[in-house]
Design a protein around this ligand. Sequence first.
Ligand SMILES: Cc1cc2nc3c(=O)[nH]c(=O)nc-3n(C[C@H](O)[C@H](O)[C@H](O)COP(=O)(O)OP(=O)(O)OC[C@H]3O[C@@H](n4cnc5c(N)ncnc54)[C@H](O)[C@@H]3O)c2cc1C
Length: 500
Amino acid sequence: MTSQPGAVPDSANPDVVLVGGGIMSATLAALLGVVAPHWNVTVFESAGDVAGESSQAWNNAGTGHSALCELNYTPAGPGGTVDPTKAVTINEQFQVSRQFWSHLVRAGLTGAPKEFITPVPHISFVTGTDGRAYMRARHTALAAQPLFDGLEYSDDPAELAEWIPLMMAGRDPSQVVAATRSAAGTDVNFGALTRMLLEDAEERGVAVHVNQRVHGLARETDGRWKVDVRDTLTGERRTVRARFVFVGAGGGALPLLQKAGIPEIAGFGGFPVSGKFLRTRSPELVSGHQAKVYGQAAVGAPPMSVPHLDLRLIDGDHSLMFGPYAGFSPKFLKAGSMFDLPRSVKPNNLGSMLGVARTEMALTRYLINELMQSGADRHQTLRHFVPQADEHDWEMITAGQRVQVIKRDPATGRGVLQFGTELVVGGDGTVAGLLGASPGASTAVSAMLTLLERCFPERMPTWRPRLQEAIPSYGRSLADDPALLAEVRASTMQTLELNG
Ligand SMILES: Cc1cc2nc3c(=O)[nH]c(=O)nc-3n(C[C@H](O)[C@H](O)[C@H](O)COP(=O)(O)OP(=O)(O)OC[C@H]3O[C@@H](n4cnc5c(N)ncnc54)[C@H](O)[C@@H]3O)c2cc1C
C-alpha cells in the first residue's frame, strides 16, 4: 500500500473516494471492480496499514453470522413460538457474501480461501427447562427452512459431551441442557479478507493510500465532493475532488458525515462500547472445543452482550475466545480520541442522545454491571460456559470499538438505540456512509449492494447482469428456490474449500 509522503497528487480527481481501509471499503472496491472496472477509485486510510480497526481479526469475533447459532435473531414470540424471518434474512445475506467471495476466488483473488474462511460448527446452547422449550421451538421453526437444512437438536448430555466436551466437563449432571448444531458454520478472518480485497484492487489500479486522514468533506457547486486529506506522518495537507464518496470509516463515519453537512445525518448519534474477550491458546482446551457456541443474553441485556465461546483460526493459529465483556471509552475508534463522543454531540442530535440516555435503562444497567466486574466475576461468567475453567489459562484482550447507532424515531421524535447497521445516503446519492456494527462484516456484500442500488439507480439496469454473474442469487430468494440454494451451496463449498 502506498504510504510515501506526497504520494497523492493535489490535482487527482478520482471518480470515487473510499474513506477507510476496512472490510466495507474493501468490499465496495471489489464490487466496483465488477460493475465499473474503468472508474478511477482512491482509498484513504488514516492508520499506517489497512484493516487495523474493527475488521482486524482479533478486534471482532470472526463469526460468519448466518443465524445458525445466534439466538438474538430468533426471539421467542407469543405462546413460545419462534419466528424464523430475521434468521432467514441474515442467512440469506451471508450466502450472498459467500457467493461473491467465491466469485473473487475464481477470478484469481490473491491467496487461498483457507486464509480467510474455515468451516467451524455453529452451536447454540441453553440451560434450564425454559431454555430447552425455547430451543425446541427454535429448532422446529428453523429446521423447516431450506437455508437451515441439517440443523441438529439435542438435549442429551452424553451427546452434547461429544459436541462440546470442554463445556460439558464438570457440569452439574442434574442441569437441564439443550443445544442445536449446524455443520455449515464458519470462522472468518475479516482482516485477512480485507487485505486480500485491497491488494487485488491495487492490482486493478485502485490507489490505496495509508497514513492519510480525511478531515473534511464539502460539496462543491459542480456537485463534486471536495475531500480534504492530511498526511498523518508529515502533516501535509491536500485536496482531491470526487464524484462519489463512501465513508467506510467505521467508528469514524459519524463525525465525517456530520462534517459533510448532509441533512440525512441530522438526528443520528453514536454510543461507543468497547469489546473485551478472554483468550486461551492452550492446545488442550482448544482440542476440547472445536465449535463456535452462542448462549442467551441475560434478560433485558442488549444483543451485543450475548455470551459466546469461539474457536478462532487466525493465521494458522488455533485459540479460543470467550466474551464479549463490555468496556467504556469515549473513543469511536481504538486509535480514536477521548473527545470523539463529546464532539459528536450536535444541536441536531442532542435530543436523540438525551432521549436514549433516559429510555435505554437496559443498556445503562448492562454497562454499569460490566464495568463493576472484577477479574474474578469475569471468570465466574466464563465458568457458566466452561465449568472447569482455570483463570490462569485465560488472558483478557481488548477487541474493537462498536459505535452503536442512535437515531431519531420518526414516529415518536424520540431517540432510539439501534443494534444493527444503518446506511446513510446524502447529496442525491453522491455520498454515503455506514454506521453501526451488527451483523457487520459478514453482511458487507449485501450492505454494499444496497449502497449501489440506492446511490446509482440509473446504472443498475447495466450493472445487474454483471452482479448476477458474480452472485447468482442476487435479486432472487434462496429461501424460496431450493434448487438454486443447492447449486450455490455446493459451488461455494467447493470454491471456498469448506468441505473440511
Ligand atoms: C467486539 C466486536 C465483535 C464483532 N464480531 C463480529 C463477528 O463475529 N462477525 C461479524 O461479521 N462482524 C463482527 N463485528 C462487526 C465488524 O467487525 C464490523 O462491522 C466491520 O469490521 C466494520 O468494517 P468497516 O470497514 O465499516 O470498519 P473498520 O474495520 O473499523 O474500518 C474503518 C477504517 O477507517 C479508518 N478511518 C477512520 N476514520 C478515518 C478518516 N477520517 N480518514 C481515513 N481513514 C479513516 C480506520 O482507521 C479503519 O481502518 C464485531 C465488531 C466488534 C467491535
